[in-house]
Ligand binder design. Sequence first.
Ligand SMILES: Cc1ncc(COP(=O)(O)O)c(C=O)c1O
Length: 401
Amino acid sequence: MSADASAHVWIPKPVNGYKAVEMRATAVDDRAKPGVSKWELDTPALCVDLDKMEKNVAFLQASLKKNGLASRPHAKTHKTAAIAKYQLSTGSIGICCAKLTEAEALVASGVDRILMTTGNLSAGKIRRAMSIRKAHPDFIQAVDYEPNARDLNDAAREAGIIADVVIDVAVGTRSGIPAGDGALKLAQLVDTLPNLKLRGMLSYDGAVQHAKGFANRKATALSAMEPNIETYNGMKKSGLNTEIFSGGGSGTYNIMHHVPGFTDVQAGSYLFMDMQYLAIGSEDGNAVFTDFAPSLTVIATVVNNRFPRSLTTDAGAKALTLNVPTAGVIGEPGIAYNAGSDEFGVLRFSSPLSKEYKIGDKLEVIVPHCDPVVNEYDHMYGIRNGKVEVVWDVTARGCSQ
Ligand SMILES: Cc1ncc(COP(=O)(O)O)c(C=O)c1O
């Protein structure tokens, strides 16, 4: 190796509790070495402010503990083994996964205690889920459909295991079996199938997470949970195992302890935050949701400034995914960011900005919705005090099956 080439090889050392093995063995580009300013990174660059993220983790843990609940964060947000391990090492009782490939990627990177919140329907996926369970006795699978429970039981028998299962009971009309007799019957069936072990139920309300105003969110969340609470009580009365009653997200983490029997919150976005969540409002009446700090940003470069009241950046739909609500530029509240163009962000403003942006200048953007954005990047820069501290592979990036 020439002296010049070796200058670009970064041999990672453990920093601030993140293990070297979880970091990239070599620099992802020749500027991304630890200690480099975030403003020097090639763009669009997905960055996470580590102080803010760690504070978000500590805050969630402390508030749930105060309310007698545990955390089982959803990895669909970060898809990153190093972050999942950090969550487990700071008190979370498990990690949720949405997709089988996501679970497989995280397990292969050493993440354990996974609860799959989505059912696996095909024979191949069921077999693969059961082979995770065979290697990891702490793996739990959600089920919301009677034939699927029977298929799982058969696959568990073939694998020579007794698989842990929770019933996914719907809140609203997305996934899950409707609350009521059907859900109770499914729980009873799982309880009687010899190769399944019923562990309880989950109920996640996606629609209420972004309800605006805390009082409105609380009333809506608790009233939507009433049929699920009845199902939970029915399971308990029938002597079924209800040791897990899981659900809730970043918008309802401080509401779910009002649900009798509830055990743990599956929040995901609390780590990073985004424009959608900033708009929901806090318990203290603040119109901005200030409970968690926006730690995730995308750094973009200005590529055109030659048109009046307009800037173009290199971060469009492929960098920011959704355009509703629009991305926010830190320090420039007057900018309307349109990320609708594949490769370009088109920024308009009617009043003067905080500075005159030249071609090549950088901007830092809070993303519209964090989960799909993370899925667009191979790696994430962990930033502390404005400088790169770690570079993480997004372990389950693109794992959507
Ligand atoms: C089943 C389930 N649990 C938890 C979450 C995490 O929710 P949030 O990112 O709003 O905290 C999601 C997100 O869609 C989900 O589908």
